[in-house]
Design a protein around this ligand. Structure first.
Ligand code: EPZ
Length: 421
């Protein structure tokens, strides 16, 4: 096991280059199952979940080559018949693996994919995924923890209104519709930028896709796809994390290789908290801000404030003068960082899906436990401003979604190191 040790009270200054998006890469890798032609992906984030997804594709027979140095992936299935069974052993660490269900079913007419099961932040059901695939003609059974899906004559395009907004279900259904017979019209879609990056990728492969409005998309299935080269978009959650790190511990922190307009909600919230931001098209500089004001936020689907930045902004709220509130509207159990932050001296109360954060509070370094990807990074941010040392255990959670985080932080002046224990 490994832990990160952070010696606090060091201010951050310098430049952080944001990596490619994990949450854009995963659905695009799943969509590669549809194609028999060459695929080249660049600006890949070298994080555990992307390695896991590549291993999952390799396991089912995909001809996939990872070039870690160049941050590129090369795929060329060239008409191979892939194995349509995705085992629990490969899905248990990464729920997003369920997103290969749609492409396997659409391309090969059947799929046996392990139910992903829950994770620390909630039960993570897949009923909306299955709802959409059934609408397209799939017969689906659940047996022994597996989804058994069949569509002997392939999936057929149709009209689908999703019962509630789901990123993964939207992605699964769009990918399935891309190879289905005929047109699919999907309403009540999630519209995260990562889904836009997925549809850009599918369009380059020759799928006719049009976003008719914010949450409505039309897909014309195409079974003759083209070779494609595609650059993965920047990771907006990594970018948001470092912008908040700059607000929490920064003197002058420049974050580059981003598209600022995608982060407008986050920057509006930070400015309301009194954070001094210099924003241009592809970068933002966070300057030291003397007084931090409290704020109340709710997490919402894009373009609302993202649940994936909730744990991080909570650390900034600890420094704010007064009472801040966070209502977590997306996941059932996403306040597991609170007990760890309170052990460091924060004064945070949780009532159901509402957290009340009293500030400003001085934090003291402690041994803390990472529980999920974003909770773990909030403990790193807390360690940056705490007195003495903070050890963040089970750092494998962090490695799932942040590329070389201690290197990036060290380069900006943080005293942070990775130890085996
Ligand atoms: C994606 O998860 C992201 N993961 C999550 O990021 C992110 O927090 C989440 O979207 C919300 O933005 C990836 O993109 C790989 P959902 P996903 O389906 O697709 C319920 C990270 O830290 N729901 O939009 O699983 C669900 O329980 C990760 O990078 C159903 O009820 O999220 C949740 O309450 C964590 N039935 C809500 O919808 C379903 O069939 C939103 O989930 C599907 C979802």
């Amino acid at each position: 096991m490994q832990k990160l040790v952070v010696k606090g009270k060091k201010s951050l200054s310098g430049t952080v280059k944001i990596s490619g998006s994990k949450n854009a890469t995963l659905p695009i890798l799943a969509a590669s199952i549809l194609s028999d032609k060459k695929i080249e992906l660049s600006n890949l984030p070298i994080v555990k979940d992307v390695i896991t997804m590549s291993e999952l594709l390799k396991h089912i027979g995909s001809n996939i080559k990872l070039n870690l140095k160049k941050k590129k992936i090369f795929i060329n299935n060239n008409g191979r018949k892939l194995n349509t069974v995705a085992p629990y052993s490969l899905l248990k660490t990464m729920r997003a693996g369920v997103i290969i269900l749609g492409p396997l079913l659409s391309k090969f007419g059947k799929a046996k994919v392990s139910l992903p099961g829950g994770c620390a932040i909630g039960p993570r059901p897949v009923d909306i995924h299955l709802f959409g695939l059934k609408k397209m003609g799939a017969t689906i059974k659940i047996k022994d923890g597996y989804i058994l899906a069949e569509a002997k004559n392939g999936l057929v395009g149709t009209k689908i209104t999703l019962p509630s907004i789901s990123v993964g279900a939207t992605e699964n259904i769009i990918i399935a519709a891309s190879y289905a017979k005929g047109n699919t019209h999907i309403k009540n879609c999630a519209c995260e930028p990562e889904i836009k990056n997925l549809t850009d990728f599918l369009k380059k492969m020759g799928v006719k896709i049009s976003w008719v409005n914010k949450r409505e998309i039309k897909v014309v299935g195409n079974q003759k796809l083209k070779s494609v080269k595609h650059k993965i978009m920047f990771d907006r959650i990594e970018a948001g994390t470092f912008i908040i790190a700059g607000a929490v511990a920064g003197k002058k922190l420049r974050i580059t290789d981003i598209e600022s307009k995608i982060l407008s909600k986050e920057m509006t919230i930070l400015r309301k908290m009194g954070i001094n931001l210099k924003i241009s098209k592809n970068e933002v500089t966070v300057l030291y801000s003397k007084e931090i004001k409290p704020i109340s936020i709710i997490t919402e689907p894009y373009p609302g404030f993202p649940t994936d930045l909730q744990a991080q902004i909570m650390v900034l709220m600890i420094k704010a003068k007064g009472l801040s509130k966070i209502r977590e509207n997306i996941f059932e159990n996403r306040f597991m960082h609170v007990p760890e932050l309170n052990r460091m001296g924060a004064k945070i109360k949780v009532k159901g899906n509402l957290s009340l954060i009293n500030g400003p509070q001085e934090l003291n370094g402690a041994e803390v436990m990472a529980t999920d990807l974003r909770a773990s990074v909030s403990l790193v941010l807390a360690g940056l401003i705490a007195k003495n040392r903070t050890s963040i255990n089970r750092v494998y959670h962090l490695d799932r979604g942040y590329e070389f985080i201690e290197k990036k932080l060290k380069k900006c002046g943080a005293n942070i190191s990775r130890l085996n224990y």
